[in-house]
Design a binder for this molecule. Structure first.
Ligand SMILES: [Ca+2]
Ligand SMILES: [Ca+2]
Ligand SMILES: [Ca+2]
Ligand SMILES: [Ca+2]
Length: 599
C-alpha cells in the first residue's frame, strides 16, 4: 500500500509519497540484461499549446533568503582570459533533509602582471567558495567554514554526485591549476579526499560531470579542460587604450579532457585515452544522454570556437567522436561557434534527446533536433531560437518546464565575454538580462519581457543551476555573474497546471540514478527525461526529475529504464507531489523486492 508521509516545510506543506509495492500504484517490473535496449518510443506526444505568450514569473529573492555572495574575478590590464570565464553553482541536498542547499564557486587574487607558471591561491574569506544550507524557513545559512568547502585556487566549476553510494551527495570542484574531490560526511561537512582518489588533474578545468560510463553502479567522473594556458602577456585586439581584448581561443592550443573510472573504495583511474575520450578540445560544457537509445550513455561536449563533440559510446565501452557525421559539430552554415553551455534533453517530446548549445553574439544559439537515426538537424532557424538570440551571448542553460504545461522551456544566463564589447560593437552588451524561452510544442517564443523584472536586469551571467528550492512544484534557478552577485530566482509563475517530481534512488544502479531514462505518460501524451546533475555551464542541478503534467492530475504511467538495465513501471501516480522511487532490488533473475522505502 502506498504510505504518505506528511512533512512540514516552512510555511507550506509537502507530501512525500513513498512507494511501497502497492495495488494503488500497480508496480510492474521488468528485468532486462545490462545491455538490454529500452523500448523504442512511438512518436505520440503532447499536443502543442495554443497560447504562445504564457508569462513566467521569476523573482530575485537573493537578499530575502540571506545569500550574500560576491564573485571575485580580477579584471586586469593584461586581459587574462581566466578572469572572464567563471564561475559555477550547485544545487543539491547536502544532508537529505528534503531542502536543496547551495554551493557557489569563487575566484582568487592575482597580480597584474602575474608571473608565468603561478597558481593563484585564496588569500582571504572574500575568495572562498561558499556553502549555504537551506533552513526550514527557506532562508540560507552560510556554513562554509564548518562544511570544509571553502576550496583552493581559482575556482571554475562544480559537479555533484554520490560517487560512493553511501546516500550522501559528494562534491567535485574544478579550478585553474588542479581540482578537488570532497566526500560528504553525511551532515553537510566534507572531507577533501582528492589525493587518495587521484583526481586532482592539472591545467585549466571547466565543467565536469558525474556519470556511470560503464553501468557498473559506480559514478565515473568526466572533467573538461579549456585550453593550454599560462600567464602570457599577449596583446589581443586593437593596440589602443581601452581596446585590448581577451584573446580569442584560436590563440591557444586545445587540450583533452580527463575521464576517471570509479574503481570503488574511493579510488579512480584516469582512462580518457583508453576510452577514446582524449581528443584535443576547447571544452566548456558537458551534457549526458543516451541519444541513440542503445542503452549506453553518450556525451556531448560544447567546445569554444571549434567543432562541437558528440562522443558515442560503442558496444565495447569505448567512445567514437562523431560530431561531424551526426551533424552537431557546426551550425547550419557549416561554421564553428563559441560553444559554452549545453543541455541534452528531449524538447519536442518524441522520446529522443535533443541538444541546445549557447554561444556568443552574432552566432545564434544552436538547437539540434534528434532525427532518431543517429543524426541531428540544426533546428534553430526553424524553431525561432536563431532569430531570438542573434545579439545575445549565452552561458548557463537548462531546459525546464517553468509553467508545467508538459513542454520543456529554456532559461539562459547571458552576457558577453569581452568587458569592452560596447566599444567594439555598440549593439552588443557585456551585461545582459537573462532569457526565458517558452516552448509551445511547435516553436520557441521569447517570454522574457513579460516574465518579471529580473529579465530587465543587466548581469554578466555565467553559471546556472536549476532545482525546486521550496518544493512547490515550480522549478527555481540560481545564476552566477562574473565579478558580481549570485542571484536566487524563485519561480512564482501563475499556473493551474499539475506537476510531479521524482526522487530516484538506485540500488543496483548508481544511487543517484544518473543516466536513468524516465518516460511519463498522461492522457495528453508522453515526455522523457534523463536523470542528471550535469549540463548547463560549470554548474550542477537538482537531481530530481521534474515533469509538468498540464491539466492532468495523474501520471497514468511512469517507466524508468535504470542504468542497470532494470525497467520499472508505475501506473496511476498522483501528481502535485514528490515521489520517492527506489530501484527494485534484483537477485539473479528474480525481483526480490520491487520497490523499497528508503530515507
Ligand atoms: Ca557519498
Ligand atoms: Ca547511446
Ligand atoms: Ca512549458
Ligand atoms: Ca519552487
Amino acid at each position: 500500500m502506498s504510505r504518505q508521509v506528511h512533512e512540514s516545510k516552512g510555511n507550506q506543506e509537502i507530501w512525500v509519497v513513498r512507494l511501497v509495492l502497492a495495488a494503488a500504484l500497480c508496480a510492474v517490473i521488468g528485468v532486462h540484461g545490462a545491455l538490454a535496449q529500452p523500448a523504442k518510443p512511438a512518436t505520440q506526444s503532447m499536443p502543442p499549446t495554443d497560447s504562445a505568450l504564457v508569462p513566467g514569473r521569476f523573482v530575485d529573492i537573493t537578499e530575502k533568503v540571506g545569500v550574500h555572495f560576491l564573485h571575485q574575478a580580477p579584471h586586469t590590464t593584461r586581459k587574462y582570459l581566466l578572469e572572464t570565464m567563471g564561475s559555477g553553482v550547485a544545487l543539491f541536498d547536502c544532508d537529505n533533509d528534503g531542502r536543496l542547499d547551495l554551493y557557489l564557486v569563487n575566484g582568487a587574487p592575482y597580480s597584474d602582471p602575474e608571473p608565468k607558471g603561478s597558481i593563484p591561491q585564496k588569500t582571504g574569506p572574500e575568495y572562498w567558495n561558499r556553502m549555504y544550507r537551506q533552513k526550514p524557513d527557506g532562508t540560507f545559512e552560510d556554513i562554509t567554514e564548518k562544511s570544509g568547502l571553502k576550496g583552493v585556487g581559482y575556482g571554475m566549476g562544480v559537479a555533484v554526485g554520490d560517487y560512493d553510494n553511501d546516500g550522501y551527495e559528494d562534491v567535485f570542484v574544478t579550478s585553474y591549476g588542479g581540482n578537488r574531490l570532497y566526500h560528504n560526511n553525511g551532515d553537510c561537512t566534507f572531507t577533501d579526499v582528492t589525493d587518495q582518489a587521484g583526481v586532482a588533474g592539472a591545467g585549466w578545468s571547466t565543467s565536469a560531470a558525474w556519470v556511470d560510463l560503464d553501468n557498473d553502479g559506480l559514478l565515473d567522473l568526466v572533467v573538461l579542460r579549456y585550453i593550454k594556458w599560462d600567464w602570457n602577456d599577449v596583446w589581443c585586439g586593437e593596440h589602443k587604450e581601452g581596446y585590448r581584448n581577451y584573446c580569442h581561443p584560436d590563440v591557444f592550443e586545445p587540450i583533452s579532457m580527463l575521464a576517471y573510472h570509479n574503481d570503488g573504495h574511493g579510488r579512480f583511474t584516469e582512462v580518457s585515452h583508453k576510452l577514446g575520450l582524449d581528443k584535443p578540445a576547447k571544452a566548456l560544457g558537458i551534457a549526458v544522454a543516451d541519444y541513440d537509445r542503445d542503452g549506453r550513455i553518450d556525451l556531448f561536449i560544447a567546445n569554444d570556437s571549434m567543432q562541437e563533440f558528440l562522443f558515442h559510446q560503442k558496444v565495447d565501452g569505448t567512445f567514437e567522436e562523431i560530431g561531424l557525421e551526426s551533424e552537431v559539430a557546426v551550425n547550419s552554415e557549416g561554421q564553428t561557434y563559441a560553444g559554452m553551455g549545453v543541455d541534452f534533453a528531449d524538447y519536442d517530446n518524441d522520446g529522443w534527446p535533443d541538444i541546445v548549445v549557447t554561444d556568443l553574439a552574432n552566432q545564434r544559439y544552436a538547437t539540434y533536433h534528434n532525427r532518431r537515426d543517429g543524426n541531428f538537424d540544426y533546428a534553430s532557424n526553424a524553431n525561432g531560437l536563431a532569430a531570438m538570440t542573434l545579439l545575445h551571448s549565452g552561458w548557463g542553460v537548462r531546459f525546464l518546464d517553468y509553467d508545467n504545461d508538459g513542454w520543456k522551456d529554456l532559461l539562459i544566463a547571458q552576457g558577453h565575454d569581452l568587458d569592452n564589447i560596447e566599444r567594439i560593437s555598440p549593439q552588443l552588451h557585456y551585461r545582459e538580462p537573462m532569457l526565458l524561452v517558452r516552448n509551445t510544442g511547435r516553436k520557441f517564443v521569447d517570454v522574457s519581457p513579460i516574465s518579471g523584472d529580473i529579465f530587465k536586469k543587466d548581469w554578466v551571467g555565467r553559471g546556472l543551476a536549476i532545482g525546486d528550492l521550496d518544493n512547490d512544484g515550480r522549478i527555481d534557478a540560481v545564476v552566477t555573474t562574473n565579478g558580481g552577485s549570485a542571484h536566487v530566482l524563485h519561480n512564482e509563475s501563475a499556473s493551474n497546471n499539475h506537476w510531479i517530481s521524482l526522487h530516484l534512488t538506485g540500488h543496483k544502479s548508481n544511487r543517484d540514478g544518473i543516466g536513468a531514462l524516465v518516460k511519463l505518460t498522461t492522457v495528453q501524451g508522453s515526455q522523457w527525461a534523463t536523470v542528471t546533475t550535469s549540463g548547463s555551464y560549470l554548474s550542477a542541478s537538482d537531481p530530481r526529475v521534474h515533469f509538468g503534467l498540464g491539466s492532468s492530475a495523474v501520471a497514468d504511467r511512469i517507466e524508468i529504464s535504470w542504468p542497470s538495465g532494470i525497467v520499472q513501471t508505475l501506473t496511476s501516480v498522483q501528481g502535485d507531489r514528490q515521489v520517492q522511487v527506489d530501484e527494485p532490488v534484483v537477485k539473479g533473475n528474480q525481483v526480490a523486492a520491487a520497490i523499497s522505502t528508503h530515507q
